[in-house]
Ligand binder design. Structure first.
Ligand SMILES: [Zn+2]
Ligand SMILES: [Zn+2]
Length: 76
């Protein structure tokens, strides 16, 4: 008989910050981590960078703050 351990739900949902490698849980999105708005990589709160961008649409232009990772900040 062979016993195969099943990892618990939290382990299965573990997400790693693309910048510092810190582990985060899927249910903590918006609290402890978020996704880079350009490359979609998960980033923890302390690695988040904020960048202002001009958004243009047919009614008006406005400044919007986008959350990005370190790699994407350097690109811009
Ligand atoms: Zn991080
Ligand atoms: Zn990014």
């Amino acid at each position: 008989m062979k016993v195969i351990p099943i990892r618990n739900h939290e382990d299965a949902c573990a997400i790693v910050c693309s910048d510092c490698g810190r582990g985060m849980l899927a249910q903590d999105i918006g609290k402890k981590w978020n996704k880079c708005e350009f490359c979609n990589d998960p980033i923890c709160i302390s690695c988040s960078h904020y960048m202002r961008a001009l958004v243009q649409n047919i009614w008006r232009d406005y400044i919007s703050v986008r959350r990005v990772c370190k790699k994407c900040v350097i690109k811009f």
